[in-house]
Design a binder for this molecule. Structure first.
Ligand code: KIV
Length: 264
């Protein structure tokens, strides 16, 4: 199978082919996801909540991210592996370069993800200059949960929506290869997806993004507590985990997921 790279994703966007992404934190799941056609494996710092049982992603360390990225990369075969830069490991451009370098050299990540827009322009530019592909996470920024006052939909009013659109343009201009929009109104996500040339991944951002991502444990119904509105338990309608992943990939590719009920 052909390796998925940033240029593969770019071509998929141009061809209108939807991109399927899921989080992965270990080799066993990574192998199943890769075999069932997931295009991007995201080693998300959501592992702080999902695997470690913390109440936010803030305590996750760079060493933990490297450990999990290495496991995922080992089993990822042809799939692109994207890893999160955890909280306070990219507070300056130089710190970001050091941290991203470790995620790639020691963890084997193909791409790093960081949270932020205009404030991260210099950082994204420096990483791009050093050959490090970047995904810019916009909208709801889980690492800023204390500042945001909770996990809330972003960009509902005109001023906020305009700011997110400007952030998207600024990060594309700075050299980001992908954007990720979390919990923004579907109409805003559609506008941003049309306004930029790079692929846009959505989570809680409606169906008109180029790609979709879900937290693996949410789409398998394992996460304790209430499932987020934008997620769906694919295991309910499948015989096993492989079947659930296959159903998710198919639903993303043919535009059946997310449905209106999963959007804001
Ligand atoms: O950490 C993560 O899993 C993420 C997704 C929620 C997009 O950033």
């Amino acid at each position: 199978m052909k390796h998925i790279t940033t240029s593969t994703l770019q071509k998929m966007k141009q061809a209108g082919e939807k991109i399927a992404c899921l989080t992965a934190y270990d080799a066993s799941f990574a192998q199943i996801l890769a075999e069932e056609g997931v295009d991007i494996l995201l080693v998300g710092d959501s592992l702080g909540m999902i695997l470690q049982g913390r109440d936010s992603t803030l305590p996750v360390t760079l060493d933990e991210m490297i450990y999990h990225t290495h496991m995922v990369r080992t089993a990822s075969q042809h799939t692109l592996v994207m890893a999160d830069l955890p909280f306070m490991t990219y507070a300056t451009p130089v710190q970001a370069l050091t941290s991203a370098g470790r995620l790639m050299k020691e963890g084997g990540a193909h791409m790093v993800k960081l949270e932020g827009g205009a404030l991260m322009v210099e950082t994204a530019g420096l990483l791009a200059e050093h050959g490090i592909p970047v995904c810019a996470h916009l909208g709801l920024l889980p690492q800023s949960v204390n500042k945001l006052g909770g996990y809330k939909v972003q960009g509902r009013d005109e001023k906020q929506a305009e700011a997110i659109l400007l952030d998207a343009r600024a990060m594309e201009d700075a050299g980001a290869d992908i954007l990720l929009l979390e919990c923004v109104p579907a109409l805003l996500a559609a506008e941003i997806t049309a306004a930029v040339d790079v692929p846009v991944i959505g989570i809680g951002a409606g169906s008109r993004c180029d790609a979709q991502v879900l937290v693996l444990y949410d789409m398998l119904g394992i996460t304790p507590g209430k499932r987020p509105r934008f997620s769906k338990d694919f295991l309910q309608e499948a015989d096993d985990i492989r079947g659930a992943v296959r159903a998710y990939v198919q639903a993303v590719k043919n535009g059946r997921f997310p449905a209106d009920e999963h959007a804001f």
